[in-house]
Design a protein around this ligand. Structure first.
Ligand code: SPD
Length: 286
């Protein structure tokens, strides 16, 4: 570990990187699954980095976690059981647990070290892991294998994973989406982070198409997340019954929020033409 390191760069590809000036590399280790770093950044505050990829920062984490959790949860009239796959930093669980109607939250994270490190270095992000409410059950294990064993049980499944290389790879497959559909009850909704609509166009198109083989409704929505190279991030939703373009959310939104609101619930699904070209026609502009 080098304490003198001044900058840290995520290389999105050989031609593009996002660089943050840091004051200190606070932690660095190789877990059985991935290389984990925690750095104190100046622009976005403390950052979690997995295999060289920025995952979240204390200043912008609310955007990602509010958007992955509340968009699907608010669409469902009464989500009772929620499964989070990945999400070892605890941010997604923290947001899901704010919904009073949710009775059971199962968090299935493969890398115990991510949870430990989040509890040590990211107290606000990991608040649900440090003081788990009774409804939150934390499992260390492989979410892909777990989903295979479940039938007709969850109302919402959230895939809060890292990039589709390394431990997250199997979460981007047709087989996984088929098993997730089986694990969901009628009316069930799956949401997966689906990377940048600028840098990962082929991946986004493939996710969209593959989900469509197991679910009747598939929609992509976007949010601006500054710590990811390009800043534009996508989430893709696969739904058995509720369509975000037509559904009306009747439950009150948990308060306070910093990004999500009922207008964002609708506007996040309004897509630029180049993103529609990518999703529906496999035409890539970048
Ligand atoms: N390309 C980076 C995508 C990171 C997605 N995971 C974020 C984890 C936050 N809980």
């Amino acid at each position: 570990m080098s304490e003198e390191k001044e900058f840290i760069t995520e290389w999105a590809n050989p031609n593009l990187g996002l660089t943050a000036r840091i004051t200190k590399l606070l932690h660095e280790e190789q877990s059985p699954f991935q290389h984990i770093q925690v750095a104190e950044g100046i622009q976005y505050g403390r950052m979690l980095i997995l295999d060289g990829v920025f995952q979240t920062s204390v200043k912008d984490e609310f955007i990602y976690h509010e958007m992955i959790a509340h968009v699907p949860l608010m669409m469902h009239p009464c989500p009772k059981r929620v499964l989070i796959i990945g999400g070892g930093d605890g941010g997604c669980a923290r947001e899901v647990c704010r919904h009073g109607c949710v009775r059971q939250v199962d968090l299935c994270e493969i890398d115990e070290k991510v949870m430990e490190i989040s509890k040590t270095y990211f107290p606000a992000l990991s608040s649900a892991l440090r003081n788990p409410p009774e409804k939150l059950h934390i499992h260390v294990g492989d979410g892909i294998g777990y989903v295979k064993t479940v039938e007709d049980f969850y109302d919402v499944i959230l895939v809060d994973c890292s990039d589709p290389v390394g431990p997250g790879e199997g979460l981007f497959t047709r087989e996984f989406y088929k098993n997730a559909s089986k694990a969901l009850r009628a009316g069930g909704i799956l949401v997966q982070q689906s990377e940048s609509p600028i840098l990962h166009q082929r991946l986004l198109h493939d996710i969209f198409q593959a989900m469509g083989e197991s679910f009747p409704i598939v929609r992509t929505y976007i949010a601006n997340i500054p710590i990811y190279p390009t800043g534009m991030h996508s989430f893709t939703m696969a739904s058995k019954q509720y369509d975000p373009l037509t559904v009306s959310c009747s439950r009150p939104v948990p308060q306070p929020m910093k990004y999500y609101n009922s207008q964002i619930q609708k506007s996040a699904f309004v897509l630029p033409e180049f993103v529609k070209d990518c999703l529906y026609r496999g035409i890539y502009s970048f």
